[in-house]
Design a protein around this ligand. Structure first.
Ligand SMILES: Cc1cc2nc3c(=O)[nH]c(=O)nc-3n(C[C@H](O)[C@H](O)[C@H](O)COP(=O)(O)OP(=O)(O)OC[C@H]3O[C@@H](n4cnc5c(N)ncnc54)[C@H](O)[C@@H]3O)c2cc1C
Length: 436
């Protein structure tokens, strides 16, 4: 018998015993394992309204699923799948994109590039735009352009009361402030309007260095960041590449450090800025140069296929040579640790500058982010302890705030006390009954 909610929505309404339920709750990080009482594949704003109202009437919680890259597992209540709301419309004249809640960064990058426009996107083409923006979002243009949510123009959201609200700096400014980084419990977003950046040229990509040079490059890069060009965003990842055909031959089966660089602007200046990084050690694979805007995901080359994964991380106030010593000792190429990839990203620059009207973003004071990634399920039980031990060792550098997009398995996000109190107040205003 069809679920009672099916009479109210056009999209599929599925319970765990229905065919199609598993596909509807499937996630990119397959370890997430959502098992709600009912999942609604929303096809319109009205479907979302009905799903929220149904949850409210029946004393259930409601949550959203776009791509399944993150977020806490949903084990009961109503889950609203947004993947059918994935349209992207770019207005060349205003440089603003209207983006459906199910869109991924790759969709926006592809739609914007023909106009010479670029979203201030995340590192991965498959991550969902809305889940990312709700946490603030730090990507390959973090230093030149700040948090991605700084570029939001407005957000269309179904509140916990089941009402549709268009939040912007002028309308519902308190909710708009909260949606820029407050992440959870603020409504089910159905679309956003996002200002894109005009980027006639981009110099970006990555330089890979072999295992024996990792220490030299890591220390050299960190010293370089101390007075790095404000338009240039860099990060360093050490990866244990598997001996698989999908990995390019020079990296296949090796442990190597990838130094990613992204600088909007001309190639000659980019070359000049990157010259000291290229000179740190012999380069094993040089993939840094002028980059077409539709190839932005090649800067980080994040995995693009679903599978089991564990991530944990945090924010650092700064990073120096002493931090490099701790980092290399715990997760360097010669350390015995269970992670496939360990990453440090240099942020600061434009991320330190809040938007007019302010935002709930956590981590404006951070100088670096760090992330630990595990892909082997047989190690997942051990990863949190190893991560926590690293966190203890990094205590002198760990920031007070923890951005929700970066904590992962290493703990809940932390906002300043004032921001947290204001977020709670906004949640009480728009979701009095705690449906979200
Ligand atoms: C491979 C990978 C790369 C990443 N790279 C970056 C990066 O460069 N920078 C960065 O800042 N973060 C990054 N992240 C973290 C990522 O931004 C978060 O995990 C984000 O929440 C993913 O959103 P999603 O929609 O893809 O995933 P989902 O799992 O679908 O959603 C995650 C959460 O977002 C919320 N959400 C999603 N859609 C809606 C909606 N319509 N309304 C209300 N809430 C919603 C929900 O709370 C949900 O639990 C990365 C994660 C992975 C796995």
């Amino acid at each position: 018998m069809p679920h009672a909610l099916q009479q109210r929505v056009a999209g599929p309404v599925l319970t765990p015993s229905d065919d199609g339920y598993d596909d509807e709750v499937a996630t990119f990080s397959t370890t997430l394992g959502h098992r709600p009482d009912v999942v609604v594949g929303a096809t319109s704003v009205q479907d979302v309204v009905e799903a929220v109202r149904y949850a409210r009437e029946n004393g259930l919680h409601v949550a959203a699923l776009a791509t399944g890259h993150g977020g806490p597992p949903v084990r009961s209540g109503v889950l609203v799948g947004t993947r059918r709301l994935a349209g992207v419309d770019v207005d060349d004249a205003t440089g603003v994109a209207t983006i459906g809640a199910g869109a991924r960064w790759g969709d926006v990058v592809a739609a914007a590039a023909p106009f010479g426009l670029a979203p201030i996107a995340g590192s991965s083409a498959t991550v969902g735009v809305v889940g990312f923006l709700l946490g603030g979002g730090l990507g390959p243009f973090a230093r030149s352009h700040g948090f991605s949510s700084d570029h939001l123009v407005s957000v269309t959201v179904v509140t916990g009361k089941g009402e549709v609200v268009e939040a912007s700096q002028d309308d519902h400014p308190d909710l708009f402030w909260a949606l820029r980084g407050g992440k959870w419990g603020l409504g089910i977003v159905t679309a956003v309007r996002l200002r894109l950046a005009r980027m006639p040229e981009l110099y970006a990509g990555s330089l890979f260095f072999d295992r024996e040079h990792i220490e030299t490059v890591l220390r050299g890069w960190l010293a370089w960041t101390a007075d790095a060009d404000a338009q240039t965003t860099t990060s360093a990842v050490v990866v244990r590449f598997p001996p698989l055909d999908v990995v390019p031959p020079p990296l296949r089966g090796r442990t190597a450090l990838g130094l990613r660089v992204a600088r909007p602007g001309d190639a000659a200046t980019g070359e000049q800025v990157a010259a000291p990084l290229r000179a740190l050690a012999p380069v094993l694979l040089d993939g840094l140069g002028p980059l077409p805007l539709d190839q932005v995901a090649r800067i980080h080359n994040d995995p693009d296929r679903p599978g089991p994964s564990w991530t944990g991380g945090g924010l650092l106030t700064h990073a120096d040579d002493d931090l490099a010593t701790v980092w290399l000792d715990r997760v360097g190429p010669d350390a015995d640790h269970p992670f496939v990839a360990v990453e440090l990203r240099h942020v600061a620059g434009a991320t330190a500058q809040d938007v007019p009207g302010g935002s709930a973003v956590s981590g404006r004071g951070a100088g670096f982010t760090f992330a630990l990634v595990g892909l082997d399920p047989s190690t997942f039980a051990d990863l949190p302890d190893v991560g926590w031990a690293l966190l203890d060792a990094l205590a002198p550098w760990v920031a007070d705030e923890l951005n929700p997009n970066f904590g992962g398995g290493l703990g809940p996000p932390r906002w300043s006390e004032a921001t947290r109190a204001r977020l709670d107040e906004v949640r009480r205003t728009y979701d009095l009954d705690g449906v979200l």
